[in-house]
Design a binder for this molecule. Structure first.
Ligand code: TRP
Length: 475
């Protein structure tokens, strides 16, 4: 059990140690965002320029906000909106600031609904590689003797099978439900402490395998050659959005996890570890995926198809391709599950507080609601591709439900949540209270405060406006 809250002596369910918190938070941050979205975004946005700007965003915007979010949670010791309300009250400010976190809780719920859809695809590819392993054996490449077009067609044919898409989504969200309903220390922490170390071992092995058997140097120069002419407004926007998604920021996830941290933990230190680990995994994921893709002579700009189409083709020509392919998707599943539990925990904690229901009940309600919304997202790839209920809004023009959920969270709710968090911590909450929580002193504290007060809000407001009205960039 973690330390009790500032508000009472009742023992609460919480992380059993500092390292449990770090593993859970790294588990939340490291997920499909690193393995699937980062390489795809880097590929779609010209490689090196995107990567460099991404690192810059993590350090100057992501890290200060990460510290702000965990700090709010730890001081409030409650679900995200309740934590904000408590701090506002202690600071003599309007309790309506809790709206900032309510948006966040909504955002986490929306991300959960489409995240579990992609989690379902990961389960599907585990099945595909497992089946291939049984039929072709360990030694050769994956899918021996089958034309690349066949492998590429696996994804569209999955999209075309509505029943399977929904079934996989339900399977993934049910697994998430199981762990979240068991509670923080015996469910979420359990997942993180077993799956994250397993993830890291697999990840290093596969990256080393890619380095020896794939086109490693080509991948290296692709990801790290900085070409300033490629750094356009759109690329910068994509980089900030990716940094936020990857660090689980802007939607109350890290506030919720912060509430379970003991008083003795230095939040600045842990934030640095979390952001560092997440960024290292994103960069290494590029160095894991691109060598395999390049070795097969494929193009890097595969977009979402990168992990689910190009990579499986890459495994075809690699020694032990079926085994490594299977391990790869198992590893991605581990990363995705430790993230989806955090996405589910934010609305669950809120509902548990708000409606005074038990944890299993709160988890069940969140799961069923996200499941139904996720079905619309899952079917938007084919059966419901014409169902575009928000198409009349320019921001969502031509988008099915999956894309609408992605756009509304990453372009609207995440920036708003992060702006309000920065303003709240930088200007609204009482200084004494913030100073006692942040674990910083001297020059570093001044730098952090400057970033939270000025750079983060200004940069994020720009991002919000340009994200909603892309024509400003005139590109
Ligand atoms: N960060 C996770 C990833 O990279 C996704 C995620 C988990 C998330 N929790 C979040 C994204 C909260 C936004 C907010 O895959």
């Amino acid at each position: 059990m973690a330390a009790t809250g500032s508000s009472g002596a009742k023992a609460r369910d919480g992380w059993s140690s500092r390292s449990a918190f770090i593993l859970a938070a790294v588990g939340s941050a490291v997920g499909l965002g690193n393995m699937w979205r980062f390489p795809a975004e880097a590929g779609a946005n010209g490689g090196g320029a995107f990567v460099l700007f991404y690192i810059f965003c993590v350090a100057l915007i992501g890290l200060p906000i990460l510290l702000s979010e965990t700090l709010i949670g730890r001081h409030g010791q409650s679900s995200a909106p309740e934590s904000v309300r408590r701090i506002a009250k202690e600071s003599g400010k309007s309790s309506h600031w809790d709206t900032l976190a309510s948006f966040g809780v909504l955002g986490a719920f929306l991300v959960l609904s489409f995240y579990c859809v992609v989690g379902g695809w990961v389960l599907y590819y585990i099945g595909v590689f497992a089946q291939d392993l049984f039929s072709t054996g360990v030694t050769g490449g994956a899918f021996e003797g089958r034309p690349a077009g066949d492998i590429e067609a696996l994804l569209p044919s999955l999209f075309g099978n509505g029943g399977l898409m929904v079934g996989l989504h339900i399977a993934f969200i049910a697994i998430t439900f199981y762990f979240v309903s068991r509670g923080v220390s015996s469910g979420i922490e359990w997942v993180a402490t077993w799956l994250m170390p397993a993830f890291f071992v697999l990840f290093l092995l596969i990256t080393i395998y890619g380095a020896f058997t794939g086109a490693f140097s080509e991948a290296l120069s692709y990801l790290f050659t900085f070409d300033a002419s490629k750094l356009t407004g759109a690329v910068m926007l994509a980089a900030v959005g990716q940094a936020f998604f990857s660090l689980s920021l802007g939607v109350a996830g890290m506030m919720t996890y912060g509430a379970y941290v003991g008083r003795d933990v230095n939040l600045a230190g842990t934030s640095g570890i979390i952001a560092g680990a997440d960024t290292a995994v994103a960069l290494l994921a590029g160095l894991c995926i691109f060598p395999i893709v390049f070795a097969a002579g494929l193009e890097p700009n595969g977009g979402p198809g990168l992990m689910f189409q190009s990579l499986p083709i890459g495994f075809q020509s690699m020694p032990f391709g079926s085994v490594v392919g299977l391990l790869f998707f198992v590893m991605v599943f581990f990363a995705a599950l430790t993230s989806s539990v955090s996405l589910m925990e934010a609305p669950t904690a809120w509902l548990k507080d708000k409606a005074k229901v038990t944890r299993p009940m709160a988890t069940l309600i969140v799961t069923v609601a996200a499941l139904l919304l996720g079905i619309l997202a899952a079917l938007s790839f084919n059966d419901l591709s014409d169902f575009q209920p928000f198409g009349f809004i320019p921001l969502f023009e031509g988008q099915g439900m999956f894309d609408v959920l992605d756009t509304v969270t990453s372009k609207v709710l995440m920036p708003i949540g992060a702006i309000m968090t920065a303003l709240f911590v930088g200007w609204v909450a009482e200084r004494r209270l913030i100073d006692s929580e942040n674990g910083l002193s001297g020059g570093l504290e001044k730098v952090w405060l400057f970033l939270v007060r000025w750079l983060c809000p200004l940069a994020l407001i720009t991002i919000l406006i340009v994200g909603i009205f892309p024509s400003i960039l005139g590109e």
